[in-house]
Design a protein around this ligand. Structure first.
Ligand SMILES: [Zn+2]
Length: 430
């Protein structure tokens, strides 16, 4: 098997934001994952980059300017009743300290990943801080404020005639589906829990797209408690058929880890291996892929899952014993990567039900025209400014090389770094 060139975005500050006490979304999980990735030595197998930070202008490629202006200017505690009304704000999406900066970091990382794929600088780009699939054009939703996925797909469409979006979060990928509901340039395929008013309430198998996009939205609605075998038995043939019919030139995979057993908000029974099987299957399709995070609310399991999936991307077998690291206590009592997570939820998906939803998907795919082609005219300019024009962090007097120096070094040499400079970067990032 030929090893693919993998890039991995990480900004050491992205794990320091807080949605507020008791909120299930914890950006801190990103720091824990990064520690595990480093302690397993996976950084030696990929190019780690400190990503670009998206501007308001980048966000307005999809979002409404008034909404982005609100995100940029509003401070915690200053939200008016009118703001609540205008932007449909609720407790799920609080205004917290540094909110715009947080959005800017995770969105910029996805956007830079898309640009790397556009220019064949990488085969796989990973951004665990991205994948916020619920955000809408005019409002936040389900812990998501800026839809980095839609913005990245818009960037990919500058170079790619057909983009496939796959979503394995336990929740329906509604924001992405809605954005591309009327076009055949993007096929969205979401596997999720549907029914019993489960958030966000959309994603029935009858939502299939409209106008030019008719038959290009695919929804696979599962019931609660789905296990590895049942999930993969649907995932594999559905994605294989999508590949045969649609022939995407690039894939965006949202790897929401709230579909794991024992998630604080989810209700599926997937193991980290079962979840990883989907990532592995997509990777082996050998199409350039942007890999993003998403939901995931039992922190230790999210960290296990995305670390394991990083190892799959770089073809590295890693030990089940979690290496000593700053957060080792999180992995009590077994300290392993693949613990047995008992599921208390019975699998409500019968064999007949799974067969019926798979067949329904085939029927939709048969209706869509084989791989629609598109005339590519002048390619619009890239979203990211040239590196020399970017606002890059000030050099830090405490490190021998500044972050931008290290990034430039990596970009210029186009090689993995595996020497003393590595340590500077790691310590600086963590
Ligand atoms: Zn979710």
């Amino acid at each position: 098997m030929c090893t693919r060139k993998v890039s991995y975005a990480f900004n050491g500050d992205v794990g320091n934001f807080h949605y507020g006490p008791g909120h299930p979304m914890k950006p801190h999980r990103l720091s824990v994952i990064h520690h595990l990735v480093m302690n397993y030595g996976l950084h030696k197998k990929m190019q780690i980059y400190r990503p670009y930070q998206a501007t308001a202008q980048d966000m307005c490629r999809f979002h409404d300017a008034d909404y982005i202006d609100f995100l940029q200017k509003t401070l915690p505690g200053t939200v008016s009743l009118q703001d609540h009304k205008n932007f449909n704000l609720g407790d799920d999406c609080p205004i917290f300290d540094g909110l715009f900066q947080f959005c800017s970091m995770y969105t910029g990382a996805s956007l830079e990943g898309a640009q790397k794929l556009n220019h064949n600088q990488s085969d796989i780009c990973i951004n665990w801080s991205g994948g916020l699939h619920h955000a809408k054009k005019y409002e936040p939703s389900g812990f998501c404020y800026v839809n980095d996925i839609v913005i990245s797909i818009l960037e990919l469409l500058k170079y790619h005639p057909r983009v496939l979006y796959i979503d394995i979060d336990v929740h329906h990928g509604d924001g992405v589906q809605e954005a591309f509901y009327l076009t055949d340039r993007v096929m969205t395929v979401s596997f999720h829990k549907y029914g019993d008013k489960f958030f966000p309430g959309t994603g029935s198998m009858y939502e299939i797209g409209a106008e030019s996009g008719r038959y290009y939205s695919v929804n696979v609605p599962f019931k609660e408690g789905i296990d590895d075998q049942s999930y993969f038995q649907v995932f594999k043939p559905v994605i294989q058929s999508v590949m045969d019919y649609y022939r995407p030139t690039v894939i965006v995979l949202q790897c929401g880890a709230d579909s794991l057993a024992g998630d604080r908000l989810g209700c599926f029974s997937l193991s980290t291996r079962g979840h990883g099987d989907c990532v592995k299957f997509v990777k082996e399709l050998n199409v350039p892929t942007l890999i993003l995070g998403g939901g995931g609310y039992t922190l230790r399991n999210v960290a296990r899952c995305w670390t394991y999936e990083t190892s799959l991307c770089v073809d590295e077998q890693i030990s089940n014993d979690i290496p000593m690291n700053l957060y080792i206590e999180f992995f009590k009592p077994d300290f392993v990567l693949h613990p047995d997570i008992p599921s208390r939820i019975e699998n409500a998906n019968s064999k007949q039900y799974l067969e019926a939803i798979t067949k329904h998907t085939y029927d939709i795919l048969k209706m869509c025209q084989h791989s629609p082609s598109v005339q590519m005219f002048d390619i619009p300019a890239d979203a990211l400014p040239d590196e020399k024009d970017r606002n890059i962090d000030e050099p830090d007097a405490d490190v021998r090389m500044s972050q931008s120096d290290i990034d430039n070094l990596i970009d210029k040499n186009n090689e993995f770094y595996d020497d003393d400079n590595d340590n500077d970067k790691n310590e600086n990032d963590l």
